[in-house]
Design a protein around this ligand. Structure first.
Ligand code: ATP
Ligand code: MG
Length: 223
């Protein structure tokens, strides 16, 4: 049994007269601790696939098994648990909450389960320390550079200590040097044992992955 098994996964978007098979019968497996890159042209279905893996969306048909259990088998509750405890997500546009400080953004992601306010605060600060940003804790997102904002987003993704990090073009809005720094951080988190799945347009970024899959028109291209 593989860590993640994707079986005949399909996501078809239907809009009035247009039908888009964004993910069109994809099957493959991912092992624990892998660093996987997903590449492919714009519109090839990369984000759709990643959002399905993150439990942000449900498939038209097919399944994704995590440790043998179907992600979509337990309805909404199962997806909420998945998002809260098993995966952390990072996006190109950071997606921080603008009215909240860096510290508050991380704190908000911490699961509530029986921890006091001061403990939550301490944990959030430790996470910011981990990404080298403790000294920006009280900055609002508009008071952060792009690289700093992405590090806050990574700290937030790590809040509940997920096994899996899903990153959708995490360096897409950053200059080369800052992008390399974020990539280094993802590599370090991978070395600590986390499975990392990253979409990228940049062949140099994909090089750090152990394996690259290429998407074309919603399908996996043989490489
Ligand atoms: N919510 C939606 N409703 C209808 N069609 C959608 C929706 N989301 C995506 N699509 C379509 O599905 C296809 C795949 O989109 P997706 O965002 O997965 O591509 P992508 O590979 O991530 O592209 P990019 O590199 O530009 O981010 C596209 O043709 C897009 O127009
Ligand atoms: Mg995309």
């Amino acid at each position: 049994m593989s860590f993640i098994e994707i079986n005949h996964l399909q996501k078809i978007y239907r809009k009035a007269t247009v039908t888009v098979p964004a993910v069109n019968d994809i099957s493959f497996t991912i092992e624990k601790g892998e660093f996987l890159a997903i590449v492919g042209k714009s519109g090839s279905g990369k984000s759709t696939l990643l959002n399905l893996l993150g439990g942000l969306d449900t498939p038209t048909s097919g399944e994704i098994l995590f440790d043998g259990a179907n992600l979509f088998g337990e309805g909404k509750d199962g997806l909420v648990k998945h998002r809260r405890h098993r995966v952390g997500m990072v996006f190109q546009s950071f997606q921080l909450i603008l009215g909240q400080t860096a510290l508050e953004n991380v704190e908000l992601a911490l699961a509530f389960g029986g921890i006091s306010r001061s403990e939550r605060r301490a944990r959030a600060l430790a996470l910011l320390e981990q990404v080298g940003l403790a000294d920006r804790a009280d900055h609002y997102p508009t008071e952060l550079s792009g690289g700093e904002a992405q590090r806050v987003a990574i700290a937030r993704a790590l809040a509940n200590d997920p096994d899996i990090l899903l990153a959708d073009e995490p360096t897409g809005n950053l200059d080369t040097q800052t992008g390399e720094m974020i990539l280094g951080l993802l590599q370090e988190l991978n070395r600590q044992g986390r499975t990392v799945i990253m979409i990228t347009h940049d062949p140099d970024m994909a090089k750090v992955a152990q394996r690259t899959i290429r998407m074309q028109d919603g399908q996996l291209q043989n490489s």
